[in-house]
Design a protein around this ligand. Structure first.
Ligand code: NDP
Length: 277
């Protein structure tokens, strides 16, 4: 029997739109490989691509979307305004440049990549995103790498809630408090470096769970994200891994499995603390 192509479920956002729960992340995908690998992801069944101005591969990402034999409405594309462009006018210009590189009519989600508290421009940046959304140039707006206090500030000063906060999140850094903060406000949690950049995958607990379920350690971690309700965007460089990472919607981790993964939390980050910029 042919194995059916896996498909991530759609997760509703507070603004009425919806996002496929598992997407393909393009950080460190070289510009010359982006169109091919994003195309592999779409062919494998992914319907969500996560890029950023900083990744320098928006051109290839847009090319894959335009070349796909999938209607544009079924694909969800995210990009982000980089730290150096925080500020109102700077963000409007950065958005135009992103759309020129993507060469798409519409962007599905635009995020503030980092708050950069030292420059204190993230509230103005947020106001620019609200304008872009109100003008219909982007469907949904959100943030990335925001602590609860950064979220409180933009919500307090503008009254507009981001639909997503994309943060570092994996079994070593489960972000339990921030997830509860999001949940109370209808903000979706999106996990970046969901595999802790691959560093987690030789953990013996995960190897044991992988053997018990007949899956790979990466699939165990991605299934954990799905069961937590996270949106998750693993990156991989081979068609085999790209396919493997999406194939997590036909098994379940039990309560004891989830507890064993919860015990891996150390609070260790692979990236920067957002307050250190
Ligand atoms: P991930 O946690 O997704 O890990 C990627 C690493 O894991 C790569 O080295 C990859 O190897 C390896 N890997 C992937 N799948 C498998 C598998 N099935 N088996 C074994 N190894 C595997 O890290 P990223 O940092 O890339 O995060 C994912 C995405 O999150 C990014 O691409 C980006 O879109 C987003 N992100 C956002 C940030 C933000 O500030 N908003 C910051 C960082 C990431 P290989 O490539 O060799 O296949």
């Amino acid at each position: 029997m042919l194995h059916p192509i896996p498909r991530a479920p759609l997760v509703p956002l507070a603004d009425g739109h919806a996002v496929p729960q598992l997407g393909y992340g393009l950080y460190k995908v070289p510009a010359d490989d982006a169109a091919r690998l994003a195309g592999e992801a779409i062919a494998a069944g992914y319907r969500h691509l996560d890029t950023a101005a900083f990744y320098a591969n928006e051109r290839g990402t847009g090319e894959a979307v335009r070349a796909a034999e999938v209607p544009r409405d079924e694909l969800f594309v995210t990009s982000k305004v980089w730290k150096d462009d925080n500020g109102y006018d700077e963000t409007l210009h950065a958005f135009d440049a992103t759309m020129r590189r993507l060469a798409l009519e519409r962007l599905d989600l635009y995020l503030i990549h980092w708050p950069v508290p030292s420059t204190d421009r993230y509230v103005e940046t947020w106001r620019a995103l609200v304008r872009l959304r109100d003008e219909g140039r982007v469907r949904s707006i959100g943030v990335s790498n925001f602590h609860a206090h950064h979220l409180e500030r933009i919500i307090g000063e503008t009254g507009v809630m981001p639909v997503v906060n994309q943060v570092e999140l994996h079994p070593r850094l489960p972000q339990t408090e921030l997830r509860a903060f999001h949940e109370a406000r209808g903000i979706r949690t999106e996990a970046w470096s969901p595999l802790a950049r691959g560093r987690l995958l030789d953990d013996p607990v995960l190897a044991g769970l992988a053997a018990a379920h007949g899956r790979s350690p990466a699939q165990i971690v991605l299934r954990w994200h799905v069961q937590l309700g996270n949106i998750v965007i693993p990156k991989a460089s081979s068609p085999e891994r790209i396919r493997e990472n999406l194939d997590v919607f036909d098994f379940d981790l039990g309560p004891a499995d989830l507890a064993a993964i919860a015990a891996l939390a150390t609070g260790e980050r692979t990236g920067r603390d957002p307050d250190d910029d």
